[in-house]
Write a protein that binds this ligand. Structure first.
Ligand code: SAH
Length: 377
């Protein structure tokens, strides 16, 4: 039962939190602790994820004595909602309590043909990207599997019949591949037919470019991959996404093509935030096209979302359209991401939650010892 111990947050309560246990671990748990057959685990999963139960007493198709024994060794413990905000465009944002001080954010984005839930993987983020509000908060800790899956469980409950979660994107607070150990089991629950039963194409992990973990992920879990590129050359990317000083663009792209090879032919979505006067010039678009042309790649241009204290501005609409057109003319599919929920600070890069920074030195400044070429093209 390796891994379960680590999910406990309350030392006085040694019951195992079943929320987020992948099927194989839940089966092992019912066998080891309750001498029950694997189908009991399957019943439990249906109750927890399909019916949104968090109380064993409600699980009426389980024998009464089994429910009592279960309650002695296990629990279904979900995060608590602190606040909810609703945007005029229908986007909903929840702040969830992680402990007495910390809070993380989860966002639901309704569209006519789908419902996307954007979830967080860490309390804060240590990647230190210069244009991201989460980075300004610093980093506190990784979320547990239960805290990651709990965001979906809660959104499911809150949405009731009003909307369905058809897609999950790991694009909230945090760098998911820096919390690999807990993110991968959570994604197994998202795609399990007794969990949230989403196809692998409807679960997207977005990374700033943790290359070794991308290779590992390719072996273990072939969900859709999004990569925060944001610059067409190393000099500029070193400034915007500091992890680039460790894993430069050519290494990152090699990992992307490897991932797609392993997956049988889908494409990587590259995210590119449009920063006025920084990375939005025609020459940047042409450089980008040279990197991505003929590759299994799509480009998603994200108009920069401002937040208090940022030194960047959003590129004008005309610059974004011109950028997209140059890419399309040069054989790269590029689309512009529609901004959603910015009136409640729920748009890309605006999630901040409540984070007590525990990193003494941020990644950007640690990597500053590496020579930094100028950011000019
Ligand atoms: N850490 C992961 C997951 C975050 S996904 C990653 O970097 O991929 C959120 C996306 O929004 C990323 O592409 C991120 O770079 C982008 N983003 C961050 N700040 C932004 C901002 N202020 N405006 C628009 N997009 C932003």
């Amino acid at each position: 039962m390796r891994g379960i111990q680590e999910e406990r947050t309350d030392v006085a309560d040694d019951r195992v939190n079943l929320l987020g246990l992948p099927r194989s671990e839940l089966e092992a748990f019912v066998a080891d602790r309750l001498e029950a057959k694997p189908f009991r685990a399957r019943q439990l999963m249906k109750w927890i994820y399909r019916r949104g139960a968090c109380d064993f007493a409600a699980m009426t198709d389980l024998a009464a004595d089994f429910r009592v024994r279960l309650a002695g060794v296990a629990k279904i413990s979900v995060p608590e909602i602190v606040t909810e905000q609703r945007s005029v465009d229908g986007t909903r944002k929840w702040m969830l309590r992680m402990d007495a001080v910390q809070g993380i954010e989860t966002v639901f984005i309704p569209e006519p043909d789908r419902g996307t839930l954007c979830i967080s993987s860490q309390v804060g983020c240590a990647m230190d990207c210069s244009f991201c509000a989460t980075a300004q908060q610093g980093f506190n800790r990784n979320l547990s599997v239960a805290e990651i899956v709990g965001q979906v469980w809660l959104a499911h409950r809150e949405l009731e019949a009003s909307a369905r979660i058809t897609n999950i994107v790991l694009m909230g607070m945090g760098e998911p591949l820096a919390n690999y150990r807990n993110v991968v089991p959570a994604m197994r629950v998202f795609t399990d037919d007794l969990g949230y039963d989403l196809s692998r194409r409807r679960v997207t992990l977005s990374t700033s470019g943790l290359v070794p973990q991308m290779y590992k992920l390719a072996e273990e879990c072939n969900v859709a991959l999004a990569v925060s590129l944001h610059a067409p050359n190393d000099a500029l990317r070193n400034e915007l996404v500091p992890i680039n000083r460790k894993h430069p663009i050519d290494e990152l792209l090699a990992a992307c093509w490897h991932y797609i090879d392993k997956q049988n032919g889908r494409s990587v979505t590259f995210e590119y935030v449009m920063l006025d006067g920084i990375n939005d010039k025609p020459e940047h678009a042409r450089q980008l096209a040279r990197l991505l042309r003929g590759r299994p790649a799509k480009l998603n241009l994200i108009p920069f979302n401002v937040f208090p204290g940022t030194r960047y501005r959003r590129s004008p609409a005309a610059a974004i359209l011109r950028f997209r057109d140059i890419l399309n003319e040069n054989g790269v599919i590029a689309t512009i991401r529609r901004t959603r929920g910015d009136d409640i600070d729920a748009a890309c890069g605006q999630l901040a939650g409540v984070v007590t920074d525990r990193t003494l030195v941020r990644l950007g400044s640690r990597l500053n010892t590496v020579a930094r070429p100028s950011a000019e093209v």
